[in-house]
Design a protein around this ligand. Structure first.
Ligand SMILES: Nc1ncnc2c1ncn2[C@@H]1O[C@H](COP(=O)(O)OP(=O)(O)O)[C@@H](O)[C@H]1O
Ligand SMILES: [Ca+2]
Length: 501
């Protein structure tokens, strides 16, 4: 009897030892290999300025969703590259300082294999319309600078408005993890027939984009339609980019309209604060493709703008930029552009975020009601310029003086332009960053050009490393408990014998 007990004891001890060994092997064997990091660089050459982004991802996981993240952003000094139309050779050298910063962030052994892309947006689209050869020279200047950097130059080009919308949509849905939803979340969405993805609203200085998944997208307007197959799923997406409807060009358009009825060189503008004054040179004003159709001979060369700080009047004058009179489709946003019914949540970024964040109107996770947003902007516009300047002395005067206009413009674009209402306003989420990455088109652009988003779900182990190890541990613990229980049951140790009948 005692010898069987000894044998069983030894067996129990050995099996416990075996289980511990099993766990130790599982943990060490499945430890991810030391990280092999890859890098990519994208320059966003916007109308107002250029930003350089450095992204990184683990090489062995590059086709997984959500693994690429932004590790650096560098703001290029000076204007956007389209601002170099009169000194095109200076456009490239303006990028040198940010390229230097990228060289410091990325280990030098990896410089040669790191792709670098430059995408120019609406500022360059406008320059190309106004002066094509200047636009070509600017692009060749930035191309030369990028080629001479130690990275793997992949091109400098003007991206289309459609691409800008599409890549912005891909970026935010990639970062929000919407392309890899769990089974139950997918089921919930399909039961409620909700979109699994978030729409994207991007407001720049020269153009603005609206992009969202639209299940009932008809083929009325093929140029607004995009099809994607990502991670094994099909997406039908609507997109449109409005050139001249970025916030800086919208202001130019509004001023061009105001100039039609001005009686002398003084213009009272309800969209600027009381006490604010700005002088505008008329000679260049109508050369811009966004204002050239309003060209008018005026008896003065300078216009003096004087602020009135009246939100209601400002909204009325902005409203005129959205022509709702003719729509050749079943439904339109404005200027005769097709817009299917709005669907799902929207992420609103770049200037949508900068402006609403300044005005403290981005409150998440509980978005504010539309009437609260309106009253906040209304009272901000009513504050005298001297008071605003003192309260926010640390903010660039160019930005500060235009937050009233920009706030009113954002509301007009969303309400009058796209038809958001009090009821669906809260579907809009103003976001600057998602995790460590800025919301914008650059990440989506790089993911696409490096083929990092597969059309089909990559075949991989069914369990993640963590779940695999967890499961191993759990099974082993169950095994030990069963063995222990069996031993107790059949060999009732003396100390327990009394209790068992
Ligand atoms: N902190 C800020 N506050 C207000 N506006 C900002 C801020 N930072 C950037 N902006 C504005 O955001 C817009 C960015 O547009 P940009 O990307 O340069 O142009 P586009 O996308 O039309 O080519 C510009 O109007 C710029 O003035
Ligand atoms: Ca932009």
């Amino acid at each position: 009897m005692s010898s069987t007990r000894t044998i069983l004891l030894i067996l129990g001890f050995l099996s416990t030892l075996a289980v511990i060994a099993l766990i130790a092997v599982a943990v060490t064997q499945n430890q991810p290999l030391p990280k092999n990091i890859k890098y990519g660089i994208v320059l966003d050459a916007g109308s107002s300025h250029t930003n350089l982004y450095v992204y990184e991802w683990p090489a062995e996981k590059e086709n997984d969703t959500g693994v690429v993240k932004q590790v650096e952003v560098c703001k290029v000094e000076g204007p956007g590259i389209s601002g170099y139309s009169h000194a095109t050779e200076k456009a490239g050298p303006s990028l040198a300082q940010c390229l230097q910063q990228a060289k410091e962030v990325i280990p030098s052994a990896q410089h040669k294999e790191t792709p670098v892309y430059l995408g120019a947006t609406a500022g360059m689209r406008l320059l190309r319309l106004q002066n094509e050869s200047a636009a070509d020279k600017v692009l060749s200047s930035v191309g030369n600078t990028l080629r001479s950097a130690p990275f793997n130059f992949q091109g400098a080009r003007i991206i289309t408005g459609q691409e800008e919308g599409a890549y912005g949509w891909i970026t935010i849905n990639y970062l929000l993890g919407n392309f890899k939803q769990s089974g139950w979340k997918k089921l919930l969405h399909s039961l409620k027939s909700l979109s699994e993805t978030s729409g994207a609203l991007d407001l720049g200085g020269a153009s603005t984009q609206i992009t969202f998944e639209s299940k009932d997208l008809t083929s009325e307007s093929p140029e607004n339609q995009l099809y994607f197959r990502l991670y094994g799923k099909d997406y039908q997406v609507y997109t449109h980019s409005f050139l001249c409807y970025g916030k800086d060009q919208a202001l130019q358009q509004k001023l061009a309209r105001d100039l039609q009825t001005v009686e002398n060189s003084n213009l009272f503008d309800p969209c600027f604060h009381k006490g604010y004054e700005r002088t505008i040179n008329i000679s260049d004003f109508f050369k811009n493709p966004c204002t050239s159709d309003k060209k008018k001979q005026l008896p003065f060369s300078q216009l003096y703008i004087k602020g009135e700080g009246d939100y209601q009047k400002c909204r009325e004058s902005i409203q005129k930029l959205f022509n709702k009179s003719n729509c050749p489709y079943s439904s339109c946003s404005f200027n005769g552009i097709y817009l299917p019914p709005l669907q799902g949540d929207f992420g609103a970024f770049s200037a949508f975020y900068f402006v609403m964040n300044f005005l403290n109107l981005t409150s998440e996770p509980n978005p504010l009601a539309l009437n609260k947003v309106i009253s906040t902007i209304e009272s901000f516009c009513a504050r005298p310029w001297q008071e605003v300047k003192t309260a926010y002395h640390h903010i660039k005067e160019k930005y500060l003086s235009e937050y009233c206009f920009s706030g009113a413009y954002i509301l007009s674009l969303l309400e009058n332009g796209y038809g958001f209402t009090e009821d669906n306003w809260q579907m809009i989420h103003f976001l600057g960053k998602i995790g460590s990455s800025d919301a914008g088109w650059t990440l989506g652009y790089m993911l696409n050009l490096t083929n990092m988003i597969p059309a089909e779900q990559p075949a991989g182990p069914p369990l993640s490393h963590g779940s695999y190890v967890g499961l191993m541990v759990l099974c082993s613990l169950v095994l030990v408990s069963v063995l222990l229980f069996a031993w107790l049951l059949f060999h009732k140790p003396k100390c327990l014998q009394k209790g068992i009948v």
